[in-house]
Design a protein. Structure first.
Length: 553
RNA sequence: UGACCCAUGGUGUAACGGUAGCACUACAGAUUUUGGUUCUGUCUGUUAAGGUUCGAAUCCUUAUGGGUCAACCA
């Protein structure tokens, strides 16, 4: 399949570079800022960067762009490493932009010495106003003409902590009238008396992204520095610094970030959802974070497959979340153990069944020949899904109804003889008879039925909690309007079933085990499970053509 | 009203001057002891107008539409 696939534009560039002998091997990097958890959009970038060096000779680094100590934390570093590994990738070198603070400071001094940088005393507001607008040129700072000696002195005093936060900045001296706003004397260093998660209080000046990212790539000899489209205008500055500093010429390439409908993929917005308690945490199963998807029951394989299918390009996009769901169903269908769980129970008494408990066998996974079977107990009282019975069924309802026959999965065919109701007319019980000669696997009854139901023997039923999830937002693109994206939160995104009834085999389940609950969907055992009550998260439902059919009429 | 980026079915992505293909979705059918899975088939597309060419989704021009850029964030 990979060999059949056509190349994306980055692979074409790389193959051309390799063919031309420009490089013997390629080096890429995944460069997150440790200020939040990774999300599905990052997965795309991870698969791209690491995937490229699996396909072509070379390697990929994990580099934390940790140049802003006030937002960065070790907790995020750890989660990012865990997520990258969980996705199935291993980096060559673990690096930090902060590893290069000394070198970066040296670079800054070089620019000063060559008259290409100056210390500015303007306030943030002043800098903003004199920057101009995209259609109007900016004006030069009065401090732009300071002597090299003065700049050197001031910059080293900035470093030694003589000035308070925000008092001065180091700026590149480029062109205040440049078409590209980023070339209008961009700030290179700012003063921040803040504890850094790695360098502690060694520094009180920190480089800006633009003065750290490109040079870090260069220091690591990154051949292909891949980032998203919003950094296109940064490339000119990136190249300018490489040229002036005369350092290894990494080249930046940009691709369009992947957007997915009915969710948000922005660390800032995800952080808001966490802080304002709209979700239970970064790993809430409704979140688009890697940790959320993991807790939801997604597999690394399915996420990688998704990233591969959506591809890489430069145009704006909004990927249908249905494709992600397709990918996880496809994988889980192959690997998930089948179990029976009744969500909304209706009691059936099999009137001609003996009092004994019979042990039946049911396959663990019909997709797997080596999957084996597990025992399932059957007795005269069982539970079926309330929605699998209708007193007045529509046509093509292949389930239970008065006088109608149906098969109990891996067991017998039963017929509904009598409907018992309570005082309010609510159906409380069904009296059925079973056909002993219709036993699964050795059916000689000659009866053929259209429907097969999942069921659980009442006496052996295991009470479990189910958490059912729906999309977090009720509109395709919550960020596409003036309104606060949180106003589009779907109030029905979480539904908890406190008491569902599971077959006893589920007792042996462990955290993170994945199952298909027959005719319902895929579920994963959650970490909130206790010995008293197992908790399962619904990963995704099965395709349900009957639901569609029923909706039509 | 500047610069830059982008434009192919409902969605995502191919076609590198020579038959617009693949996947998802939707729809129809077959199989099925999960109305699952699997299998078969069908619908739907080159933003527009000019130009170059024997031939244009592809090259050129213009228009239109969308996106990005004015944080001491990344």
């Amino acid at each position: 399949m990979t060999e059949e696939r056509s190349l994306n534009f980055l692979e074409e560039i790389i193959e051309a570079d390799l063919r031309a002998g420009k490089y013997q091997q390629i080096v890429t990097r995944f460069p997150p800022e440790p200020n939040g958890y990774l999300h599905i959009g990052h997965a795309s970038s991870i698969c791209l960067n690491f995937g490229l060096t699996q396909r072509y000779p070379g390697y990929t680094n994990l580099r934390f762009d940790d140049t802003n100590p006030t937002t960065e934390e070790t907790e995020y570093v750890e989660s990012i490493k865990e997520d990258v590994r969980w996705l199935g990738f291993e980096w060559k070198h673990e690096r930090y932009a902060s590893d290069y603070f000394d070198t970066l400071f040296e670079y800054a001094c070089q620019l000063i010495d060559r008259g290409l940088a100056y210390v500015d005393d303007l306030t943030p507001e002043q800098i903003a106003t004199q920057k101009g607008t995209p259609t109007q040129p900016g004006v030069e700072s009065p401090y732009r003409t300071r002597s090299i000696e003065e700049n050197r002195d001031l910059f080293s005093r900035m470093k030694s902590g003589e000035f308070p936060d925000g008092a001065r900045t180091l700026r590149a001296k480029i062109d205040m009238a440049h078409q590209n706003m980023l070339m209008r004397d961009p700030i290179l260093y700012r003063i921040k008396h803040a504890q850094h998660h790695r360098t502690g209080d060694k520094w009180c000046i920190y480089p800006m992204y633009d003065f750290a990212h490109g040079q870090s790539d260069s220091i690591e000899s990154i051949t292909h520095s891949i980032c998203t489209l919003e950094f296109v205008p940064h490339r000119e500055l990136y190249d300018w610094l490489i040229e002036k500093l005369e350092i290894y010429p990494s080249h930046q390439y940009e691709f369009a970030r992947r957007n997915i409908n009915y969710t948000v993929t922005s660390k800032r917005k995800l952080l808001q959802l966490v802080q304002e308690r709209h979700v239970s945490g970064w790993d809430d199963p409704r979140m688009s974070t890697i940790s959320g998807l993991r807790r939801r029951g997604y597999t690394p394989d399915s996420i990688r497959e998704f990233c591969s299918r959506i591809g890489v390009a430069k145009r704006e996009n909004l990927v249908d979340v249905g494709l992600l769901e397709f990918c996880v169903r496809e994988h889980l269908n192959k690997i998930a153990l089948r179990r029976m769980v009744v969500v909304d129970p209706l009691l059936i008494t099999i009137t001609n069944y003996s009092g004994e408990v019979e042990e039946l066998q049911s396959e663990n996974n019909p997709e797997s020949e080596t999957g084996g079977t597990r025992p399932v107990p059957l007795s005269s009282q069982i539970l079926i899904e309330r929605s699998d019975f209708m007193e007045v069924p529509p046509k093509k309802f292949f389930r239970l109804a008065p006088g109608q026959m149906v098969r109990l999965k891996s067991a017998y065919i039963i017929r509904c003889d009598e409907v018992i109701k309570d005082g309010r007319g609510e159906v409380t019980e069904l009296k059925c008879t079973y056909f002993p000669e219709s036993k699964s696997g050795s059916d000689t009854s000659g009866i053929s039925v259209k429907g097969t139901l999942h069921w659980v023997s009442l006496a052996q039923a295991l009470p479990v909690e189910l958490r059912l999830y729906d999309r977090l937002f009720s509109v395709e693109d919550p960020t596409d309007s003036e309104a606060d994206f949180k106003s589009f939160l779907n109030p029905q995104s979480l539904q908890v079933i406190k008491n569902a009834y599971a077959e006893p085999a589920l007792e042996a389940a462990n955290e993170s085990d994945r199952f298909q609950f027959l005719r319902q969907g895929y579920f994963v055992m959650d970490k909130d499970s206790t010995s008293d009550k197992l908790v399962f998260n619904k990963t995704v439902g099965l395709k349900d053509v009957w639901a569609k059919e029923a909706k039509k009429s």
